[in-house]
Design a protein around this ligand. Structure first.
Ligand SMILES: [Zn+2]
Ligand SMILES: [Zn+2]
Length: 321
């Protein structure tokens, strides 16, 4: 099959768009869709100037998604004096797996000459995920602990490094899964919160002052295309899956979406587009609901509905073992 735009051999055929693209035109298309998303999300405020630049902290795990995001952001804005970028990597204490991906992060940041910061569960909480997966004091999936710790560190350090926004590498498949899971959960207030925290255009979002708002510039790009881009550009991505990964429900949803996409190309795109539009309506409706009840955690000061935040409770349970 030939490329739609030149006479080179196509490396990718997208059923959802009908596009056949060669290596060069495929990579350009990924970059173009990412830049278009950054524009339509209004990620760069109009008042950003070289004297008062916009600061982006990029969550860099070393997996293909965050590596591709970091690469494209650097290509696009690396020389833009209105934008400052730094990459933040979190070491969960997973032997082998994370050591390898940290190497990938260091290599990429080095190649791009980008500031790189590394923080670990061990240094921050005295916790290593290998031990948590083993002891599992609350009898839940390792990902459940890990997600709470990661979110805490990303938010805390993004703020410490003066970030205006925290950018993560979530792709179209991730977002379609989350959208469907939230929808099936039936918690509309959660959907409303999701919008202001990490979806849609910054012109429509009401971002609170307590935490750094998130953005996901790769959320129009299917996972397979992110992987192909990383491969074609020979980026130092670490592909292996986490040895503790066990989000069974997300796995079911993923399979469901693959099956739907196979028979109805474009399903992921339409789920994500429709979900964002509904989430915006929900956010407009529910904004502010329940926020007045939040306290500061007695131990770490994070916002919580009780007296001690979820992260501190988890650390308590783990260190009590
Ligand atoms: Zn071409
Ligand atoms: Zn706390």
């Amino acid at each position: 099959m030939e490329c739609d735009k030149c006479d080179r051999e196509a490396v990718m055929n997208a059923a959802y768009s009908g596009a056949h693209l060669c290596e060069v035109h495929f990579c350009r298309s990924v970059e173009k869709r990412t830049r278009r998303r950054i524009r339509s999300d209004a990620l760069i405020p109009k008042d950003a100037t070289p004297d008062e630049p916009e600061c982006w902290v990029i969550g860099l795990s070393g997996g293909k998604d965050s590596v591709v995001l970091t690469h494209i952001l650097d290509e696009t804005f690396g020389k833009d004096p209105r934008i400052e970028m730094l990459a933040l990597t979190i070491h969960e204490g997973i032997e082998g797996y994370r050591d390898k991906s940290v190497e990938a992060c260091v290599e990429l940041a080095d190649d791009l000459d980008m500031r790189h910061e590394l923080v670990s569960y061990d240094e921050e909480f005295g916790v290593r995920m290998d031990d948590v997966a083993e002891s599992d004091p609350l009898n839940m999936a390792p990902c459940a602990y890990c997600g709470v710790f990661r979110r805490d560190l990303l938010e805390r350090y993004a703020e410490e490094f003066g970030a205006d926004k925290l950018l993560t590498g979530h792709n179209l498949d991730d977002e379609a899964q989350t959208a469907l899971m939230n929808f099936l959960e039936g918690d509309v207030k959660q959907v409303a919160k999701h919008f202001d925290a990490s979806l849609g255009s910054f012109e429509d979002r009401h971002t609170q002052n307590e935490f750094v708002p998130r953005a996901k510039p790769l959320r129009d790009i299917p996972e397979k295309e992110v992987a192909l881009y990383a491969h074609l550009k020979d980026l130092p991505a670490h592909i292996t899956e986490c040895p503790h990964a066990s989000e069974a429900y997300r796995g079911e949803i993923q399979q469901l979406l693959w099956d739907l996409e196979e028979n109805h190309p474009g399903t992921r795109h339409s789920i994500v587009a429709g979900y964002e539009e509904l989430a915006k309506l929900a956010a407009d409706e529910y904004r502010g609901a329940g926020e007045a009840d939040l306290n500061d955690c007695e131990n770490c000061g994070a916002k919580t509905s009780g007296t001690r935040c979820r992260k501190c409770k988890l650390v308590d349970a783990i260190t009590a073992v």
